[in-house]
Design a protein around this ligand. Sequence first.
Ligand SMILES: [Zn+2]
Length: 193
Amino acid sequence: MMGVTHALMGGLLGASSMFFTPELFLAAVAAGFLGGLFPDLDLAWKHRESLHFPVGYTVLSSVLIGAAAATGNYYVVLASYFTASAWLHSWIDILGGGLEERPWEGTTDKGVYSHSLDKWFPPLQIIRYDGAPEDFLLTVFLGASLYPLLNGYPEAQKVVVASVIIGGFYSLVRKKLLDARDFLLKFFHSLID
Ligand SMILES: [Zn+2]
């Protein structure tokens, strides 16, 4: 699943604050949105390992939600939306493709990694790969669900629209990007040889 898909999903999770902590609504949406993006920052390290903690976030978000309910502290409440969203991301990756350069080929059984169990769960490939048409459809659906909830917050609505546009663009070029990179690599190799 694309980063923007996760982010919008996290934003919606943050929007559930309208029932629990309506006074923090917008901040909670932002915390959820960022928490949804956060695990995929490990693309720069070991993807789906360094910042994806399915079990770890389960424990951490349970503790934080408990602490938030008990104290009502502004920062703890926002941290709990952020962590719950990272938790959702870490688990829901299992619906997507595996950890490989071309996930549509489906050659790996590495979907979601649990550090505590030291075990990979296989990808279900319901959404075949990040940037697949069905991934973009999900992005549109999530964006269309979140947008009206942000009535009165035009700046936040712009972020939702921008996320959907980014998702659409990424979906269009997802496969072509790899071909373009391979073409350039071949070209540079031919210059060196
Ligand atoms: Zn992920």
